[in-house]
Write a protein that binds this ligand. Sequence first.
Ligand SMILES: O=P(O)(O)OC[C@H]1O[C@H](OP(=O)(O)OP(=O)(O)O)[C@H](O)[C@@H]1O
Ligand SMILES: O=c1cc[nH]c(=O)[nH]1
Ligand SMILES: [Mg+2]
Length: 217
Amino acid sequence: METLVVDHPLVAHKLTTLRDVRTDSPTFRRLTDELVTLLAYEATRDVRVTEVTIKTPLVETTGTQLRRPTPLVVPILRAGLGMLDGMTRLLPTAEVGFLGMARDEETLQPATYADRLPQDLSGRQCYVLDPMLATGGTLAAALKLLVERGADHITAICLLVAPEGLVAVEQKLTENLPENHGATLRVVTAAVDERLNENGFILPGLGDAGDRLYGCA
Ligand SMILES: O=P(O)(O)OC[C@H]1O[C@H](OP(=O)(O)OP(=O)(O)O)[C@H](O)[C@@H]1O
Ligand SMILES: O=c1cc[nH]c(=O)[nH]1
Ligand SMILES: [Mg+2]
């Protein structure tokens, strides 16, 4: 699984304010939105396109259009919802499917409580939105589900990832998907942080992304 860290001073600046414990929910939401648009610009470099012929007011010429079916954007509720507008601003024609997943605070295991995704994703390009990749349990489960439905190119956009989580996602997918699944899997992030703490939180991190976005635990 390829990991791309978007190395850009504007990303670093916005991320620093996002991490700051003094940043309130409205500012956190706005910065998340802005960061996603910057990350999405890099994450969509390999979005599938097709060549088209159009007429300018002067001549006929060839250009580029998003290929159909357009990508499926998949925010993982709740915190991933804070990333949706920033993503669809860049990809307004994308379809959106929702996955509700919550991590048990004791076991750190993810449970899926909502699945509003197409059953058949054969040959589909997907962009998963989740601000945090911590132990990796949530992303591994989401990627498994999408690959099993046929998605063949999946990019997860995460604000922050933990190194242990990246390793765990690779390992879980190796264990739980057939070797020949053939899907391309990528993670695009603003930073790979230092480590997880004993409660499965990313350090230095930014705390609980869902709580900081929406203000209640
Ligand atoms: O890599 P993991 O250890 O699985 O943790 C990451 C998950 O934890 C957070 O969601 P949470 O379970 O807090 O749900 P929420 O978005 O409703 O707050 C986050 O948005 C990820 O989905
Ligand atoms: O640091 C973390 C880990 C999991 N979920 C969060 O929201 N933050
Ligand atoms: Mg949470």
